[in-house]
Each structure stands twice: as structure tokens, then as C-alpha cells.
Design a binder for this molecule. Sequence first.
Ligand code: SF4
Ligand code: SF4
Length: 193
Amino acid sequence: MAAKKCFFGMKVDRQVDGDKMNPNFLKKVISEGGDGAAIAACMQCGTCSGGCTNIDRMDLSPRKLILMVQRGDWETVLKSESLWLCTSCYTCTSRCPRGVRPSDVIEAVKAIAIREGIQNDSTRFNQIFVELVQKRGILFEPELMQKYGGMEAMLEQAKLGIQLALKGKMSPFPAKVKDPKKFNEVLEKASQK
Ligand code: SF4
Ligand code: SF4
């Protein structure tokens, strides 16, 4: 193993720990995240974490998450709650000086985590959300609430739901897309991809 270079006690090459890299994991994430996910270019400056709008709730900051992806630390990354707390606000991506696009990396890792069978409350919510959109082509919020939170959640949110319906902000009846056939064709194409 090559000796670590140090500069006044700081590791100089901390972004690329060759001995810990797992090229397969990196390749997999890049292929999920498209060309924009230039993960290896990360210089660990922390600008992404500094601007992250949800950092105080995350167990892995975007900077750390990118480092773990570079190192191929599957377990830490796939189990991280940060994946599900990221709101895709793109602040990190717009600020990154190296074009890493951390938000795309997080989306890519999320897709891998779902395929790997990682299960938690967020993946359950995502699954119900997708199933309902597939069913009608458009989300019917009360149905989502009932399937996700059960009767208890329905009763808890009933007052708000009635207020929204009275103001015309939410229909009490399920809607449908204008052209369900076309919508299904688009879904079919997307799933083939
Ligand atoms: S801002 Fe970009 S280069 Fe800096 S730590 Fe975050 S991902 Fe890496
Ligand atoms: S996209 Fe996610 S990781 Fe990036 S700043 Fe927003 S919440 Fe944080």
C-alpha cells in the first residue's frame, strides 16, 4: 500500500484512497446517474454540505456520501438515512465547483438501494406513490394517505382535507389523465429503459 502523503499533518490525497476504492460500485452509480455524476472529481471541499438545506437531519452529509461512494463503502451508503431525507433541491449541485452533481449521485444510489431490496418507511412510501400514479395516471392524495398511514392518518388529516376541498385546492373524487393510453405508453417506454 502506498504511503499517505501528508502536508502539515493533513492527508493530501484524501479524496482518492486507491486502496479502498471499489470501481464496480463507482461504475454502477455513474451508470445510474448518467454522465453528470462525475464522482471521481470530488475534492472534498464541503461546499455541498455547507449549502444543504436538510443537513441537520442527515446521518451522512453530501460530502461524506460522495466520499463513501468513491471508496465503495456499499453498506454505509445504502443504509444511510440521508438518501431518503434529500429533497432534491439541487443546491449542492448548483454550488459544486467540480461538477460532481451530488443530488444526481443520491438519486442514483437510491435507485440501486431500491433494487437491492432496502426497505424502510421511505421506500414503502415511494412504492405506494408509484403504484397509485401507475393506476390512475395522476395522484389522488386521500388514497395515498389511506394506503400509507391508514385510517388513523385519514382521521388526523380530515379537517385539512375538507378545508382544501372547500377551497377547490383538492378534489374529493379521484381524477384521471386526459389520455390514459398515451400515459401507459410513456410508462412502458420508461420501464424498458
Ligand atoms: S461541493 Fe463538489 S467537490 Fe466539494 S465536496 Fe461537494 S461534491 Fe465534492
Ligand atoms: S439536493 Fe439533497 S443533498 Fe443536495 S442540497 Fe438539496 S437536500 Fe442537500
